[in-house]
Design a protein around this ligand. Sequence first.
Ligand code: BG6
Length: 510
Amino acid sequence: MSNPFREDLVSRAQPKACTVVIFGATGDLTHRKLVPALYNLLVDGELPTGVKIVGFARREKSDEEYRDGLEEINREVSRSGHEDALWKQFRECISYHQSEFQDGDGYKRLGERLDAIDRERGGQGNRLFYLASAPEFFDDILEQMRDAGLNEHKGECWSRVIVEKPFGTDLPSAQHLNTIVNATFEEKDTYRIDHYLGKETAQNIMVLRFANAIFEPIWNSRYIESVEITCAEHLGMEGGRGGYYDKSGALRDMVQNHLLQLLSLVAMEPPTDLSADGVRDEKVKVFRSLRQWDTPELVAANVVRGQYVAGYVNGQEVIGYREEDRVDPESMTEAYVAVRVMVDTWRWSGVPFYVRMGKRLPKKATEISIHFKEVPGVLFGALPGGLPGGNVLVMRIQPDEGISLRITSKLPGTSLRMEPVKMDFHYASSFGKSSPEAYERLLLDAMAGDATLFARRDEVEEAWRFVDHIERAWHQSEKASPMTEYAAGSWGPREADELLAAHGHAWRRL
Ligand code: BG6
């Protein structure tokens, strides 16, 4: 049925054939996420005909060696398995380009190679550059691309860039990177990826809120007591991750981007339309409304940081954070953080958003829960057992994607006793097919020129402003939430429970 309001929004823009150039082609992200995502798009018949992939990296490798390495990992990680016949077709689209990131000649040769591919494909010169290298090379790559003219549109053909996280390490470095990116590519051709926005369940937040008449009228401080966003991970610093992580920490690694992005989708006002800027205009207003914890006292009162000590995860004994490979034994980097976030808008006045992220927690799970205010106790409050608590709407982002609603029900029997029960919806059983990986959706969107699920410059910078105040307070004063400890395999430090208890709340048990 056509949309009577906006004809242009009825169909999604079509992804166009292009050459995807991946800088940092020998890294984990390329092997484990990007190439399997492109392969799975082909499996699902979604990859536009004529897409070619060029891996750009420093190591010497032939095309064949490169393809073999990708195949090995694809067999292991591909969402829909690995089919030899299809892979054979796919691997022919992949080539390898060896060059140093600073070598101008390497980019000139890349340009010639891309021209040759365009001629073969029959004139479709669209190019999608993906910065998946270590971030310290982003400046060089962008500058060299500009010098080689790779950023230029040719006639109808476009040239776009996807920038991986981390997008800077603080506000000044993010602004610097934004300046370099925007000196090379226009904002409309810049796609700052936040893979949480590509997750099916994150996209469903807007649908749940704005396509269901029952939720939006109560989505405000009159009915909502608090909101919780939890991202738990059971992993620690496997595979040498400690080197990167110890310089970053939970706040910068996940709160600045993924968790604040989820928060903005929960808290934003209805956009005027579904265009990329329509949605992002509303999200950025949320970022601008975050109350700033900008003194050591405010940080101490609203933020808890912690490190895990040795413990057990899934029955396995694991070491503490400071003992991990490539982590400083005296590290002051947090592997856990909990923040009480206040969104100072009319809608959310007085409603805390409790956001927490931790490594080495009991399991991997990301969820958002909306805790509704309790009903007045006049009818049932005085009964034995009382009311069993308010309604809770839970959006499970991963795993076991779905939505549940906790309601209060009468226990069967002659006496009037109440218990909470759950209405539950599971994506897997309701739709009977697995959700695409976030990177699949996002790569396709970039090929279609749809930036809705990518972070805009102002969103990224506002999120850094919030995070920088906390980081600064931590560095200035030990009093600003001292480093706490928790046993690996537990649900985090006691201080994080106290943070909520101080406001009459408690973390939901996942
Ligand atoms: C990355 C972080 O951005 O997201 C990692 O750098 C984290 O530390 C990862 O583990 C989590 O992603 P996902 O999709 O597995 O939840």
